[in-house]
Every structure is written in structure tokens, then in C-alpha cells.
Design a binder for this molecule. Structure first.
Ligand code: HEM
Length: 123
């Protein structure tokens, strides 16, 4: 419904571009380039994950094993502020790619649920 893997990759690029430009505290939790932009590694891993998570090829699980998202975020302090910064970045990226209607409503709800589930520090 989203247009396949290439659309998801383009969405993920925009997501991390928005994060790098507008949410520096969140961007800095990731591997960044000398210019402070989220690096290629996190972008490629998240894109591979998202393609599989949305019903595409399960390459992420083949390459990295089960996502175990809470475990993989264990070393990251995911606060309320970081959750909201993550959701703002994804909302801006989905707006930029004109994702609307049923699939948008589905993604808004799923991302909000999973982002909240990632919280692992108070406040
Ligand atoms: C709620 C706020 C969130 C924050 C602050 C956050 C932060 C991060 C950071 C800093 C990394 C890099 C970890 C590393 O380099 O070891 C990461 C990786 C990742 N995140 Fe998140 N994340 C959030 C929400 C989410 C959500 C909602 C999803 C899924 C829908 C997600 C999926 C992933 C995946 C798949 C990876 C790559 C894991 C790997 O293969 O190493 N994250 N996240």
C-alpha cells in the first residue's frame, strides 16, 4: 500500500534528515557523521527493519535476528521527550511523502504504540 521497499527507504531517509535538522538531542543518540547527521548504518538498519515490519522481505531478521526492539534500545535513554521527538520526526517524514488515508492511520497508531513501548527512563 505504501509503494514498496523503495518508498520505505525514501521515507526513512527523510525521517533521519528531519531528525538531524530539527531534533539534535535525538540525532546525537545515534551514530552521526562529523556534520552531526545520522549516519548510514542506523539509516540502513532501520530501513531494513521497517520493510520487513510492514510486510516486505524479512532481510532484517535474516541479517540481525529477531528485532527485540526493547533490548536493542536498552543502552539508549528513551525518555518522554525522546519519544515525542522520534514521533515528530516520523510524522514530518510521512507528511513529506504524502502518506494519508487508511495506511497513514495504521502507521500513526503503530508508531505511537511502539515508540511508547520503547520508553525506558522516567520523565
Ligand atoms: C521512542 C523513541 C526512540 C528512540 C529515542 C530511538 C533511538 C534509537 C537509537 C539511538 C538507535 C541506535 C542504536 C544503536 O546504534 O545501537 C536505534 C536503533 C533502532 N531503532 Fe529506535 N528509537 C526509538 C523508537 C523506535 C521505534 C518506534 C522503532 C520501531 C518502529 C525503532 C526501531 C529501531 C531499530 C530497528 C533500530 C536498529 C537496531 C539495530 O539493528 O541495531 N526505534 N533507535
Amino acid at each position: 500500500m505504501l509503494g514498496g521497499a523503495d518508498t520505505v527507504r525514501a521515507l526513512v531517509e527523510t525521517f533521519y534528515d528531519v531528525m538531524s535538522e530539527r531534533e539534535p538531542a535525538l540525532a546525537r543518540l545515534h551514530e552521526v557523521t562529523p556534520e552531526g547527521r545520522v549516519a548510514r548504518g542506523p539509516r540502513d538498519r532501520f530501513a531494513m527493519f521497517l520493510i520487513g515490519w510492514l510486510g516486505g522481505p524479512q532481510d532484517y531478521i535474516e541479517h540481525h535476528g529477531h528485532p527485540r526492539l526493547r533490548m536493542r534500545h536498552g543502552r539508549v535513554a528513551v525518555s518522554l521527550a525522546m519519544r515525542d521527538a522520534w514521533l515528530r520526526s516520523m510524522t514530518a517524514a510521512m507528511d513529506a511523502h504524502g502518506i494519508t488515508g487508511e495506511v497513514r492511520a495504521f502507521l500513526d497508531a503503530r508508531f505511537a504504540d511502539v515508540a511508547d513501548f520503547m520508553r525506558n527512563v522516567d520523565g
